[in-house]
Design a protein around this ligand. Structure first.
Ligand SMILES: NC(=O)C1=CN([C@@H]2O[C@H](COP(=O)(O)OP(=O)(O)OC[C@H]3O[C@@H](n4cnc5c(N)ncnc54)[C@H](OP(=O)(O)O)[C@@H]3O)[C@@H](O)[C@H]2O)C=CC1
Ligand SMILES: O=C(CO)COP(=O)(O)O
Length: 338
């Protein structure tokens, strides 16, 4: 592939890690962010210490607060801002973009209020004549590991196989491998909804439960994620792929995960407001839990884990009582499709 000009919107942990992957692959990367101090640090010190204390970035990675400048020569725009900022940034892009680009995103959440997936937001805000089909890149990928070039495998999903292949070629190398997929709804919902289950898995740890409980929440979490996703139009098999099981394993078992750590702190009795303030990075599972709970109510989909976490996060339910409530639910058959 010939070298591409890539605009990465969102200089957080994942945007920074992906900027290094793309630079390693010979592309020209410019990161867009709205904090002048952070942008100056990337350009002058070649560090982004708020997210990576000990990492020195490739000097070829540039950054800017000027969106028009960032987009001027872009072949591709990669959105990696938190879900709650996606619509705002997409509107800003639509105002200044003056040529057709490839659009990728790597964010994992559902929008509050609208309950929309990220690709739907981008389709709504960026006129079709300025872009190809949106491609989502998602899977088990902690930025802390990708930034040190540890092996990472993820999916690239787009309605159009050609756009998915473009993302695959753009990002793949000896430590990063992408698989194409056309189930955008499946890959996006898997990435968004696993964050809720990761909060639950962390909470179990914080409460002192063991490995049996953790395996149970991941497995039954997968079942309810699949139920909601299929009702939204996804293919069930997607959930046993990288974006589903893969990301549930990595986020539901790792201390790198902000969602897991938030759950762990909740389980140990900390208050949500304090946890969010101390994290200093986005905990997508908190807002996505609300969106998923509301969606499950509207679509009449049973999601006991999501419902319990929603009540813990938003209604003050004590985590231990929530777990007891789930254990005392009516007896069930394991496979609802039988
Ligand atoms: N971290 C990871 O390992 C992975 C994260 N993801 C997903 O990627 C997305 C981003 O996560 P991550 O990088 O971790 O998040 P972080 O919290 O680390 O960083 C988000 C970055 O976006 C910036 N930002 C927020 N709003 C705007 C805006 N309006 N304009 C420009 N920049 C903005 C933030 O700046 P500021 O804080 O100054 O507002 C911050 O620099 C999430 O959806 C997450 O689920 C996916 C895979 C892996
Ligand atoms: O999505 C991720 C890894 O695949 C990152 O998870 P956290 O947002 O929980 O850190």
């Amino acid at each position: 592939m010939i070298s591409q000009n890539i605009a990465i919107l969102g200089p957080g942990s994942w945007g920074t890690a992906l900027s290094q992957v793309l630079t390693d692959n010979g592309h020209h990367v410019i990161l867009y962010g709205d904090s002048p101090a952070q942008i100056a640090e990337i350009n002058e010190q070649h560090t982004n210490k708020r997210f990576f204390k000990d990492i020195v970035l490739d000097e070829r990675i540039h950054a800017s607060t000027d969106l028009k400048e960032v987009l001027k020569n872009a072949d591709t725009i990669l959105f990696v801002v938190p879900t709650k900022a996606t619509r705002l940034v997409a509107k800003q892009v639509a105002r200044v973009l003056d040529h057709k680009v490839h659009i990728l995103h790597a964010s994992k959440g559902l929008e509050q209020g609208s309950h929309e997936r990220i690709s739907t937001i981008l389709e709504e805000e960026i006129p079709a004549e300025l872009r190809g089909e949106i491609t989502v890149v998602s899977g088990p990928s902690h930025a802390e590991e990708t930034i040190v070039r540890d092996i990472t495998l993820i999916s690239a999903a787009s309605k159009n196989q050609k756009d998915a292949k473009y993302a695959q070629e753009l990002l793949s190398n000896d430590y990063m491998r992408l698989y194409t997929n056309t189930d955008v709804v499946g890959v996006e919902t898997a990435g968004a909804l696993k964050n809720i289950i990761a909060v639950g898995a962390g909470a179990l740890h914080g409460l002192g439960f063991g490995d049996n409980a953790k395996a149970a929440i991941i497995t039954r979490g997968l079942a309810e994620i699949t139920r909601l996703g299929v009702a939204m139009g996804a293919q069930p098999l997607t959930y046993i792929g990288l974006s589903g099981v893969g990301d549930l394993i990595v986020t539901g078992t790792s201390k790198h995960s902000r969602n897991w750590r938030a759950g762990d702190a909740l389980g140990r009795g900390e208050k949500l407001a304090d946890i969010e303030a101390n994290m200093g990075m986005v905990i997508e599972g908190v807002s996505t839990c609300k969106a998923a709970y509301e969606l499950s109510q509207a679509l009449d989909i049973e999601m006991p884990i999501t419902e319990t976490i929603y009540k813990v996060l938003y209604e003050g339910l004590e985590p231990r009582k929530g777990i007891l409530g789930m254990m005392r639910r009516e007896a069930k058959q394991e496979n609802e499709f039988d």
